[in-house]
Design a binder for this molecule. Structure first.
Ligand code: NAD
Ligand code: ZN
Length: 363
C-alpha cells in the first residue's frame, strides 16, 4: 500500500492506494475516531458490486450502518437527490460525530461530499473512489457539489474528507470506456507537472491498459501526490490550482456543446489537451516534439484527439467556451504548456488563434 498525505493544516488527510482496501474500510475508519453511526452513499451499479463488502467491514469494526443508494449517472448530481439523502440521514438520526462513506465514482463522491458538508453544517466523510477518474482526481482536493439546470457544478462547497481509500481491485470491474477515459486525467498530470511520470506512462502504457496492479499503484499514487501538492498550495483555486484545468477550457466546451453524455469527460479533455498543446506551440513555444508526444500518448491510450466540426457545432463550441465558469471578465484564459512537465496558467489567447487551432483539430 502507498500512502500520500494531503497537507492542509488541521484538515490534512491521507490517501491510501492499494489492493484489498475495501475489506479494511471499517478498521481504517475506527482509527479516525469517528462516531458509531455511518451512512454509506453509493450508486446502483457500484452498490451491487461493493456495498455488501463495505457494510460488512464497517459492521465488523462495530459501526452501525445505513445504506443509501442513488441511481447511477450524472443526473443524480442534483439538489433533489441531495435532499433525499439528507432526509435519510435525519431519519436514521445521524449525529455530528456520525460520518458518511462515499462509495463510487465522481458523481457519488461530489454528491455525498456535499451532503456531508451540509448535514448539521458538516459531518466527517470518507471517500472510497471506485473509478480511475475518482481515484486520481475527484476524491482528492475537497471540491464537492451538484449541478443546476443552468450548468455543471454550480452549487457546492470546499469540504475535505478525513481519508481517501483507493482500492485498486475496484477498478477491475470498471467498463473499458470509463477506465480509458480516466487515463486522460492521468496523462494530464504528466503534462502539467512531471516529465518523469509522462515518460513512465509512455513506457508502461500496455501494462496500464491491462490494469496491472503494481503499475496502477505507482501511477495512481503519483497522480494523487501531484494533486495533493497543488491543492496544498492553493486549496480554493486562487491561482496555481488552475493548472489542473489543462485541456479543460476546450474540453468542457466540447462536453457542453455536444450535449452532455456524447463524450465522456476524459474523452473531451483528451481532445482539449491536444488542442491546448497546439495552442501552446503557438503561444509559449512548446517544442513540436513535445506536442507530438502528447498527441501520440492519447492516441495509444485509445482516446480521441480530433473533433469533427460543422459550422453550427463550431459556433456552439466557441459560445460554450465563453460561458465556462472559469472565465472572468469575459476573457477566456488558458493553461498552456512550456514543455512536458511545465505549464503556465492565466494565458491570454486571441480569439482568432483559438479558432484557428480548433480548425486544426477538426481536420
Ligand atoms: N470534485 C472534483 O474535484 C471533480 C474532479 C473531476 C470530476 N468530478 C466529477 O466527477 C464526475 C464524474 O466521475 P466518474 O467519471 O467517476 O463518473 P461516475 O461516478 O458517473 O461513474 C461512471 C460510471 O461507472 C460506474 N462505476 C463506478 N465505479 C465502478 C466500478 N468499480 N465498477 C463498475 N462500474 C463502476 C458508475 O455507476 C457510473 O455508471 C462528474 O460529475 C465530474 O463533475 C469532480
Ligand atoms: Zn477533469
Amino acid at each position: 500500500m502507498r500512502i500520500v498525505q494531503v497537507p492542509l493544516g488541521n484538515r490534512s488527510y491521507a490517501i491510501k492506494v492499494g489492493g484489498g482496501l475495501l475489506s479494511r474500510l471499517g478498521a481504517e475508519c475506527a482509527q479516525l475516531k469517528l462516531g458509531q453511526r455511518c451512512a454509506v452513499i453509493t450508486d446502483a451499479n457500484v452498490g451491487r458490486k461493493f456495498a455488501q463488502a463495505a457494510l460488512k467491514s464497517l459492521s465488523a469494526s462495530g459501526f452501525e450502518t445505513v445504506l443509501i443508494t442513488i441511481p447511477a449517472g450524472e443526473k443524480s448530481k442534483r439538489l433533489a437527490v441531495v435532499e433525499k439523502c439528507l432526509d435519510q440521514l435525519a431519519k436514521h438520526r445521524l449525529e455530528r460525530k456520525s460520518f458518511i462513506v462515499a462509495l463510487g465514482g465522481g458523481v457519488v463522491g461530489d454528491l455525498a461530499g456535499f451532503v456531508a458538508a451540509t448535514y448539521l453544517r458538516g459531518i466527517p466523510f470518507v471517500q472510497v473512489p471506485t473509478t480511475l477518474l475518482a481515484q486520481v482526481d475527484s476524491s482528492v482536493g475537497g471540491k464537492t457539489g451538484v449541478n443546476l439546470k443552468a450548468g455543471k457544478n454550480l452549487v457546492g462547497a470546499f469540504y475535505q474528507p478525513q481519508l481517501v481509500l483507493c482500492d485498486l481491485d475496484a477498478l477491475k470491474t470498471l467498463p473499458k470506456r470509463e477506465y480509458v477515459s480516466g487515463l486522460a486525467e492521468v496523462i494530464k498530470y504528466g503534462v502539467i507537472y512531471d516529465a518523469v511520470l509522462f515518460a513512465q506512462l509512455e513506457r508502461n502504457l500496455p501494462k496500464l491498459l491491462q490494469r496491472d496492479g503494481p503499475t496502477l499503484r505507482s501511477v495512481i499514487a503519483r497522480c494523487c501526490e501531484i494533486k495533493a501538492d497543488v491543492v496544498g498550495q492553493d486549496e480554493t483555486e486562487s491561482g496555481l490550482r488552475a493548472i489542473l484545468n489543462f485541456g479543460h477550457t476546450i474540453g468542457h466546451a466540447i462536453e457542453n456543446s455536444s450535449g452532455y453524455g456524447k463524450f465522456l469527460h476524459g474523452e473531451a479533455i483528451a481532445i482539449g489537451q491536444v488542442a491546448a498543446a497546439k495552442l501552446s506551440q503557438k503561444i509559449l513555444g512548446l517544442p513540436s516534439g513535445d506536442a507530438g508526444r502528447i498527441e501520440q500518448l492519447f492516441v495509444h491510450a485509445g482516446l480521441p484527439v480530433r473533433l469533427k466540426l460543422n459550422p453550427i457545432r463550431r459556433k456552439k463550441l466557441l459560445a460554450a467556451m465563453k460561458l465556462d465558469k472559469k472565465v472572468s471578465g469575459g476573457e477566456v484564459k488558458f493553461v498552456l504548456a512550456k514543455k512536458i512537465g511545465r505549464v503556465e496558467f492565466g494565458c491570454k489567447v486571441a480569439a482568432e488563434t483559438v479558432e484557428q487551432t480548433l480548425d486544426d483539430c477538426s481536420r
